[in-house]
Design a protein around this ligand. Sequence first.
Ligand SMILES: [Mg+2]
Length: 121
Amino acid sequence: MKKVLIVDDASVVRLMIKKVLMQSDFEIVGEAVNGIDALTKYKSLRPDVVTMDITMPEADGIQATKDIMAFDENAKVVIMSGIDQKEMLWQAIKAGAASYIVKPFENDRVISTLNEVTAGK
Ligand SMILES: [Mg+2]
C-alpha cells in the first residue's frame, strides 16, 4: 500500500481526508498540524505522497513544500487549496508541488489525484 502523510492544521479537515482515504488503497501513516511538523514527519515516515494544506501556523504549506522538496527532490506533494487561494497555489506549484486539489474536494478527485502522482512509485 502507498503511504500518505496528511498535513492540515484543522483536525476536521484531516478527518475528512482520512475518511476518504479509508475507502482507498492508500495507507495513512501520519498527520502533521503545521509546516514544521510536516517536514519532521516526512523525514521519519517517508510517505509516498503528502496532502498539504496551505494556510497553517508556524510554517505554511508553501514553505513546507519547499522544505520537503529540498530534502527529497522526488517527493510528491499534493496541495489542498481553497478556491480563493490562486496566488498561494501558484507559489506552491513553483515550490515543487506535484498536483493540487481545490477545496471543498470531491472524494473521487482526491483518490484519482493521489493515484496519478504516485503512479510509478
Ligand atoms: Mg489551514
